[in-house]
Design a protein around this ligand. Structure first.
Ligand code: SOE
Length: 416
């Protein structure tokens, strides 16, 4: 329960006045993101004061047992085993897509054309063409008052939202550098099974699209600029893994041997921003000891900002005008009621977690729908990220920006 009174939302003069309405949610997918989104819809109802009350109408998934289990745990009213039936339900107003990337475009476009608002997990799609079709469908639907949003949920971490505010206020001056990393280590063990996230036809790409997409979007979000070009390296360190059936003792149906990893394990790239700043990006699932380290550092002419998700309630801020005697980074604990989103939660110092971003995402989307406003990040923002992902893959495949040195490696092989 919120200890502080809920915020009153600014209402446009032209927008409908507050009526106690409902918003029927239909969610497709029930794994990690399905759980994160389910709690988001439920908590948005309790911790915010939504102009439309989200109702968990239907959860969709091919495995009726697994979807039914989720329905029981989170109080979804109905289970649908065919996403088309879920989209067609008259009591579903919004379709929430939490499936692997290969299904996003088809479901999202069908839902928008059926007049349903859409929330779609990131990355928006597996290819630029799909993402563009989705952004076009979203634009057509928008003209009919239908809203859409892509789930770059880290935008709603209070410290990150504060970083954007500070940049917009000119606190770090002219931007020179962005250093963005997303470091995980869950693939270090070569026996970790070959799930859909490691298959190009399902996931589009590996660390690049899964977690690199987040730091690309955060760079766009925090700086307000776009990435105009890249030079990239990608690598797949473990090229074969056990099929999921082999580790779960299941039959050949789910596979009992080993299969090829068809995506990158790590992607590194350099970029230039539209304002002229230089940027470096690193997305890897092989950073041993790093669990979910989303690190962002911005250096400007007047100061710097640094963030690490593994200490997510903190933002480090440096003001370069401070006399050098006692200058340095200030550790700001981003839990004051004056900080973005925090007023809906706990007293200062009591901290938020990973799940709160999903609640903020749900609450912001409901608010935009109720006010007739455009939610962010939009499908156009998702398309912009997809274009950077594609450029990274093209650069890594092309390799023409790689210049071998003349050094002779100690093992006697040639360098390059
Ligand atoms: C898995 O690597 C993953 O769940 C991503 O898909 C999410 O987007 C990220 O938030 C956490 O890690």
């Amino acid at each position: 329960m919120a200890i502080h009174p809920p915020a009153t939302h600014a209402v446009d003069a032209a927008a409908p006045t507050r009526t106690p309405g409902r918003l029927g949610i239909g969610m497709v997918g029930y794994s990690f993101m399905g759980v994160a989104h389910s709690q988001g819809w439920r908590n948005a109802r309790s911790f915010f004061d939504p102009m439309l009350v989200p109702e968990l109408v239907a959860i969709g998934g091919r495995d009726a047992g697994a979807a039914g289990d989720m329905a029981r745990r989170f109080d979804w009213q109905h289970v649908e085993t065919d996403w088309r039936a879920l989209v067609a339900r008259p009591d579903v107003d919004l379709v929430d897509i939490c499936t692997p990337g290969d299904t996003h475009a088809e479901i999202a476009i069908a839902a928008l054309e059926a007049g349903k608002h859409v929330l779609c997990e990131k990355p928006l799609a597996n290819t630029v063409d799909e993402a563009r079709s989705m952004a076009d469908a979203a634009e057509r639907a928008r003209e009919r008052g239908i809203r859409s949003m892509v789930g770059f949920t880290y935008r709603r971490v209070p410290a990150i939202a504060l970083a954007r505010q500070l940049v917009r206020e000119g606190r770090i001056g002219e931007l020179r550098h962005v250093r963005a990393q997303y470091l995980q280590d869950w693939l270090v063990d070569p026996e970790t099974p070959l799930t859909w996230r490691l298959q190009k036809d399902r996931a589009g790409s590996g660390a690049l699209g899964d977690i690199g997409a987040h730091i690309i979007d955060l760079t766009h979000f925090v700086t307000g600029e776009s990435i105009t070009g890249v030079s990239a390296l990608t690598e797949t360190f473990v090229r074969e893994r056990p099929l999921p059936g082999a580790t779960r003792g299941l039959s050949a149906e789910v596979g009992s041997g080993r299969g090829a990893v068809t995506v990158d394990d790590a992607a590194l790239f350099l970029g230039r921003l539209s304002g002229g700043a230089l940027a470096t990006f690193e997305a890897t699932r092989f950073a041993t000891g790093r669990k979910n380290a989303i690190r962002l550092e911005l250096n400007g002419s007047k100061g710097s900002i640094a963030f690490d998700f593994e200490d997510m309630n903190v933002l480090h801020v440096h003001d370069a005008s401070t006399a050098s005697r006692d200058a340095g980074f200030t550790r700001v604990i981003v839990t004051e009621t004056t900080h973005p989103y925090v007023e809906h939660w706990w007293p200062a110092g009591h901290g938020l977690g990973y799940e709160h971003g999903f609640t903020h995402q749900a609450a912001d989307l409901i608010d935009a729908i109720a006010r007739g406003a455009d939610p962010e990040p939009s499908f156009a923002d998702g398309l912009a990220v997809q274009q950077v992902l594609a450029a990274v893959e093209a650069s890594a495949a092309d390799g023409s920006s790689w210049t071998p040195t003349d050094t002779v490696p100690r093992d006697g092989t040639t360098s390059g």
